[in-house]
Design a protein around this ligand. Structure first.
Ligand SMILES: Cc1cc2nc3c(=O)[nH]c(=O)nc-3n(C[C@H](O)[C@H](O)[C@H](O)COP(=O)(O)OP(=O)(O)OC[C@H]3O[C@@H](n4cnc5c(N)ncnc54)[C@H](O)[C@@H]3O)c2cc1C
Length: 613
């Protein structure tokens, strides 16, 4: 926000505004847009004085008429003095009453406005709630005077967790979210135990309470009528630690609510249309408020978390988005899964089908359909596909509920995108969440990566008192891209590789690999514990991933050699190894071999925050 005569570290000092009627009207509008008074704690006494001055300066003052110059004053006649005194006394009383009425009206209006603001802050769950809002119309925005430390674009999983985390660390955060009503989506419904541990680290674990979330203790795999149970290795953890599955919208509302409960976090409904850039440095964002007003907001750091369909990431990374398949989502009601508190993965033809509870009475079903086009829902092709191709492959215990869900008709689809992280380090801005990095959702790793990234970023930012030296901050934050790699790349690579291994193929070598994978995981012990520890995010180590992946391939070749090797079987074995390499190496290459396996050899790994302190 630019106000007359004050300068910010990012913007050149602005000249004092001339006082005229337009300015007074503008300041009246500004006062209405200003957020509730900021809390005393996170702001320095100087900032508080400045803010107070801003608010006083912004309020339209009643125009005071100065007395006319002495020479112009009318001379008081001496006769009729008493009568005039009575009139003056009467007029004085009238003025007194008028002033008192005016003051009472002002107090009443202020009290009403305050209570309306408080009411708007409170009930986030299920309702649109624009909280605060510090943008200023006509190209000027808030934050330019140092009132905002970080702008967060998007309050989904990443944005709301990030806003709470930074707010808790004393940063003044302005979150701009396109839609503050409860999202209703088929994404982000199973949080792996590794993600839950990150939630605890961030102090957000209560966000999975009171939303009828279900504990998830592992997976059950189904193939050709057989099944095997893979439990998460949770023995070493507190009994509360497990996966959680829930309605994504309920979880997000809880996190938004928690972020908005901090006095230094402002959550505003608005759509960010572009980044404000000056000389290669991002200074803030341009956004449209709920009422359609175009505003700008400024901060030393803008973190873009606008999700998988991000249209802001283009300036901050080289997005190479791949869409290998789509998920078709259904909700099965009042059905019992064969293995309670477990995610179910059916290795179906042509590709996997998932089931997991999302409340005490509902089970989410996600059917993978390869390619970018799915059968039409509108003309009934989808229902036909689900009944004829998918239904015969699902466990018989849930068949009836599956058919009932199709007949009910609430079928949703979502593209499954993957995109390796390829940032362009840009002063003043950072990408997080799906806007930054995506992987196939088969393994439910997206939220775990996002939360793990937030922990890394929080630890990096913690020692920094101010964020105003954009290029020094940018250089320092390059270490974020390296520090996050081992965890993020392992989860990403596992998701991409497992999707390919679990999908049916006309290639016999690939089908051998698929069967070998199912049998390897069924062996139990280290053969199931290792891979499930990777998938759960409890032990996401890249070397462990590569070791288990090639152990599966070698196990597959070994089975081909028994009881006696034949030239044909040996040839299939060679192709199996070759296709295993063809699956995993391109994913690892895209993730970055050095950062994934040898992060300590990357210079950015050692960057310390000294220049900014
Ligand atoms: C089908 C499917 C199933 C999945 N299942 C799982 C799962 O079970 N477990 C798991 O961990 N992960 C899963 N994922 C991945 C997971 O959903 C994402 O990784 C996670 O939601 C990413 O969070 P985010 O905050 O980056 O994006 P989102 O949660 O999508 O949030 C983005 C937010 O930005 C807002 N926004 C967008 N544009 C703008 C704008 N211009 N201005 C202001 N606001 C804007 C949006 O309204 C939204 O609120 C799944 C993904 C898919 C596709």
């Amino acid at each position: 926000m630019k106000t007359g005569g004050r300068s910010s570290p990012l913007l050149p000092p602005s000249p004092p505004l001339p006082i005229n009627r337009n300015n007074l009207e503008a300041s009246a509008r500004l006062r209405l847009l200003l957020p509730p008074p900021p809390p005393p704690l996170p702001f320095s006494p100087l900032a508080r004085r400045r803010l107070a001055a801003t608010r006083i300066g912004a309020a339209p003052r009643p125009q005071q008429r100065s007395p006319p110059p002495r020479a112009e004053r009318p001379r008081r006649p001496h006769h009729h003095w008493c009568g005039m005194a009575e009139v003056a006394a009467g007029a004085g009383q009238l003025i007194g009453v008028a002033v008192a009425t005016l003051l009472a009206a002002i107090f009443l209006a202020a009290a009403l406005l305050g209570s309306r603001r408080r009411r708007r802050r409170a009930p986030l769950a299920g309702k649109p709630a624009a909280v605060g809002g510090c943008g200023v119309a006509d190209g000027e925005g808030c934050g330019g005077d140092g009132r905002t430390d970080v702008i967060v674009v998007g309050a989904g999983v990443a944005g709301s967790a990030l806003a709470y985390t930074l707010g808790k660390d004393g940063r003044r955060v302005h979150v701009i979210e396109r839609d503050l009503t409860e999202p209703d989506r088929i994404v982000g419904e199973l949080l792996q135990p590794g993600g839950y541990l990150k939630l605890i680290e961030l102090g957000l674990e209560d966000c999975v309470q009171e939303i009828d979330a279900q504990r998830v203790l592992g997976y059950a795999l189904f193939k050709d009528g057989k099944d095997t149970k893979l439990s998460y290795p949770l023995e070493k953890f507190h009994s509360d630690v497990a996966g959680r599955s829930f309605h994504n919208g309920r979880f997000i509302q809880r996190m938004r609510q928690k972020a908005a409960s901090l006095p230094n976090v402002q959550l505003e409904q608005g759509t960010v249309t572009s980044l404000v850039e000056e000389d290669g440095t991002v200074k803030g964002v341009k956004y449209k408020t709920k009422s359609g007003e175009e505003l700008k907001a400024y901060a030393p750091l803008t973190i873009v978390c606008d999700g998988c369909f991000s249209n802001l990431r283009r300036a901050l990374c080289s997005p190479k988005v791949d869409v290998p398949s789509c998920f078709v989502g259904l909700v099965l009601e009042n059905c019992q899964l064969p293995h309670a508190n477990h995610g179910h993965v059916v290795l179906a033809n042509p590709s996997p089908i998932l089931f997991y509870p999302i409340s005490s009475t509902e089970v989410r079903c996600l059917v993978d359909v390869p390619g970018q086009k799915v059968p039409s829902i509108a003309n009934g092709e989808m229902a036909k596909y689900l009944k004829t191709v998918v239904a015969p492959q699902i466990p018989p215990e849930i068949y009836d509920s599956f058919i009932a869900a199709i007949d009910k008709g609430s079928i949703r689809t979502m593209p499954n995108r993957s995109m390796p992280a390829a940032p362009h380090p840009t002063p003043g801005a950072l990408l997080m969440g799906d806007a930054f990095n995506m992987r196939h959702p088969l393994t439910g790793g997206g939220m775990t990566v996002a939360l793990s990234d937030i922990v890394v970023l929080r630890n990096l930012l913690k020692p920094l008192r101010n964020l105003h030296d954009a290029s020094a901050l940018c250089k320092y934050l390059e270490s974020f891209y390296t520090l996050r790699k081992p965890v993020a790349s392992t989860i990403n690579t596992l998701a991409g590789a497992l999707y390919k291994v679990f999908s049916a193929s006309p290639d016999q070598a690939r089908n051998e690999m698929r069967q070998a994978c199912f049998d390897y995981l069924s062996l139990g012990g280290v053969f199931s514990n290792g891979p499930i520890a990777l998938l759960s995010g409890l032990n996401p180590r890249p070397l462990s991933l590569v070791a288990h992946f090639f152990a599966v391939a070698i196990y597959g070749v070994g089975r081909l050699m028994l009881p006696l090797p034949s030239p044909k079987r040996m040839w299939i074995g060679v192709r199996l190894i070759s296709s295993a390499c063809g699956i995993i190496f391109p994913i690892i290459k895209a993730e970055g071999v050095r950062q994934m396996f040898f992060p300590a050899t990357v210079p950015a790994y050692y960057r310390a925050p000294r220049p900014m302190e």
